[in-house]
Each structure stands twice: as structure tokens, then as C-alpha cells.
Design a protein around this ligand. Structure first.
Ligand code: GEK
Length: 258
């Protein structure tokens, strides 16, 4: 397995060819589905799964490299919260121009961390992997914090507190990059965004059965909110500037600045 630290437009450029050879067929079966968990089976196909499920994913990883190059500050920490296999950490390592910074990648799924450990080798800056619930994590001296499709898995009631702690742990000029699957602002908008997301997944080779089984598996696990809810919550958490820099159907990425 030879992971690459270069980010680009395809998952194989993000993680290296070997990792992306495993095609996601996890939901290619009929019958009852269990709630989605980040276990070894998911970790094995994760690069293929997320790249074919999240429109704009590779672009976001690419831009995390650029945002890091722009906003990372010397002698600070960079956090990747809910790191999975570490794609955002790889991007931060590629974009980071300073020695003396620390990249900290946090996840509470052991199977994901085990795979991340294999990916995060031979990279320009070391990444410290931490097995912890991000709701328990103390964030400090941070210039860049990434929550790339992680907040959506927390109970809604836990989200404001985490954002407040991130805000308090950022140095002046620091940023939070928050990417989320969202609900439309109106039922009509939601229908359109969901239809287009499913069209995207079909175009990526998923069958209607796989799409509906995965949706059922995520129903009690992933709780999307409206973009306006996210923007309001970030403002209330004390971020001074909050800007949506990318939207691809029902997937958005926001930069929130101190
Ligand atoms: C990427 N950011 O490739 N504490 C720690 N980790 C958590 C928690 C929690 N409370 N809840 C969920 N996770 C990655 C993709 S995936 C998104 C992130 C997706 C972790 C969970 O174990 C999983 O690895 C990750 O958040 C979400 O840029 O699969 O749609």
C-alpha cells in the first residue's frame, strides 16, 4: 500500500491506488438493513464509498490543502475531527508551509483509525492519530480545524457545544472548515437536492437498491440540517465571518473565521 500525500481530483490521488481498488458493494442486497457503523467492512471500501457518494468531495479535499496553505500559522495545531482514513489530514500536511505545527487527527472508530494509520505514512508533516470522541476533545492553539462531514453524525443537541469549544480553541485569524450534508430550506428544495444526489450516485454506478438500502442504514445515524441552521449556529458560537465556499447539491462546505 503506497498512499500519496498529493491531493487531486480522484480518490486514488488522495489515498493511493491500492486503497481505492476496493469497490463499495456493501448495500447491494435486499432485506432488512442495520444502522450504519464505521466498522472494518466500511473502512475497507471507504475511499470508493465517499468519493462515489459525496458530490464535490475531491474538490473539498483539494481546497483544504489550499486553505491550510493560506490560514495555517506557525507553532499552532491543525485538527482533523472525524478523520476517517485521514484524507483531510493528508491535504493539510500537503498544504502546511511551517515546521513546528502539529496535525492531530481524531476519530472514535477503531477500524477507521487502523486504516488511517496505514495511510498516514511518508507524508511531509507527521499526523498524530487520536482515538477519542470529538465531544470530549480539548481544542487549543488551533489555526485550522476541519470537520469534514462529521458534525452530521452527532446528536443535534451536541453540536453547538462542540462548535463553541472549537471557536474558543482557535487562535486569532484561525478557521474552521465545516462540510456537511444538508437538508433543503423548503420541502421543494429538499426534493430537488435529494433527487440530484441520487442521480449523482446512479451516475457513479450505484443501483437504486444500493441507494435506498444505504439511505435506510443512515436514517437513524446521520441527521442533516438546513444550511441556514448551520450558519446561525456558527454565528452564535462566536465566529466573526461565516462563508459558504462550496455547494454541490445537498453537500456544502463553509469557512468560519475568528
Ligand atoms: C474525510 N472527515 O474523509 N467522535 C469522533 N469521530 C466521530 C464521531 C465522534 N463523536 N462521530 C463520528 N465520527 C472524513 C470523512 S466520515 C463521513 C468523515 C462520512 C467519525 C466516524 O467514525 C467517521 O470516521 C467520520 O466521523 C465520518 O474527510 O462517512 O460521510
Amino acid at each position: 500500500m503506497v498512499p500519496s500525500f498529493r491531493t487531486g481530483n480522484s480518490p486514488s490521488i488522495i489515498w493511493g491506488r491500492t486503497l481505492t481498488d476496493h469497490r463499495d458493494k456493501l448495500f447491494d442486497h435486499s432485506g432488512a438493513v442495520e444502522d450504519f457503523v464505521f466498522d472494518a467492512a466500511v473502512a475497507r471500501v471507504f475511499p470508493d464509498m465517499i468519493s462515489r457518494s459525496v458530490p464535490g468531495y475531491a474538490a473539498i479535499i483539494n481546497m483544504i490543502e489550499l486553505l491550510t496553505a493560506q490560514y495555517a500559522q506557525p507553532e499552532t495545531r491543525l485538527y482533523d475531527l472525524g478523520c476517517s482514513l485521514g484524507a483531510a489530514s493528508l491535504a493539510m500536511a500537503a498544504g502546511l508551509a511551517y515546521d513546528g505545527c502539529e496535525i492531530i487527527a481524531v476519530d472514535n472508530a477503531p477500524a477507521m483509525l487502523a486504516c488511517a494509520r496505514d495511510c498516514l505514512v511518508d507524508i511531509p508533516h507527521p499526523v498524530r492519530l487520536v482515538d477519542e470522541d470529538i465531544r470530549e476533545l480539548f481544542v487549543e492553539n488551533a489555526s485550522v480545524v476541519v470537520l469534514n462531514f462529521t458534525l452530521q453524525f452527532l446528536p443535534r443537541g451536541d453540536r453547538a457545544g462542540l462548535l463553541r469549544r472549537i471557536r474558543d480553541g482557535l487562535v486569532p485569524g484561525g478557521i474552521l472548515i465545516l462540510s456537511e450534508k444538508i437538508a433543503g430550506e423548503t420541502p421543494e428544495a429538499d426534493t430537488l437536492l435529494c433527487e440530484m444526489h441520487h442521480a449523482f450516485k446512479r451516475r457513479q454506478g450505484y443501483s437504486d437498491l444500493e441507494i435506498s438500502q444505504k439511505r435506510a442504514a443512515l436514517e437513524n445515524v446521520l441527521f442533516p440540517e438546513r444550511l441556514s441552521t448551520h450558519l446561525d449556529r456558527l454565528n452564535v458560537a462566536g465566529f466573526r465571518r461565516v462563508d459558504t465556499w462550496l455547494q454541490c447539491f445537498n453537500f456544502v462546505s463553509i469557512v468560519a473565521r475568528t
